[in-house]
Design a protein around this ligand. Structure first.
Ligand code: PCA
Length: 159
């Protein structure tokens, strides 16, 4: 049998892709590829994690050293799943991604992809800096299907 070597990547998720959050299904859908939960984890570097736009979307902002060591989950994914995650996050148009060191529950440090926002207005940085994201009724995440305007509309990042 022909065996195809699969390149596996590690990704750190801190927002709607986490267990129990609105986009977790995307990570577990077999048609999207392979994913395996590795561990809970925390960023080694501090980042601002905020909830922004009128759609209550979680963002890590590219302002290293501000904010907190953000909590999330580490998954190992195949290339197919990685490209499907890129589709969901609209990489590289909306979120960019980069490799960051993540400390696992067993204190091991591993390098993982993390989605983040490079260009953002000051209002976004002024929002509360969270340690953990959780979708709540008070700040309910609005999925794409419930958004009436284009995600990339200019004013979406301003509030
Ligand atoms: N999805 C990605 C980035 C923010 C979001 O909601 C994640 O969970 O890491």
């Amino acid at each position: 049998m022909k065996s195809v070597a699969q390149t596996m990547s590690r990704v750190f998720v801190y927002g709607t892709l986490k267990k129990g959050e609105p986009n977790h299904y995307w990570l577990t859908k077999p048609e999207n590829g392979v994913s395996k939960f590795i561990s809970e984890g925390t960023t080694v570097t501090k980042f601002p994690l905020v909830i922004g736009t009128r759609f209550n979307i979680p963002f890590i902002l590219d302002k290293k050293g501000s904010g907190n060591e953000v909590e999330g989950e580490v998954y190992e994914v195949d290339e197919k799943m990685m490209s499907n995650l890129d589709i969901l996050e609209d990489y590289p148009e909306y979120y960019d991604r980069e490799k960051q060191d993540i400390k696992l529950s067993n204190n091991e440090v591993t390098s993982c992809w993390l989605y983040l926002i490079r260009k953002f207005p000051d209002e976004l940085l002024a929002k509360p800096h969270l340690v953990t994201y959780k979708n709540t009724p008070a700040q309910k995440y609005c999925e794409r299907s419930c958004r009436t305007t284009d995600l990339k509309a200019k004013d979406d990042m301003s509030y």
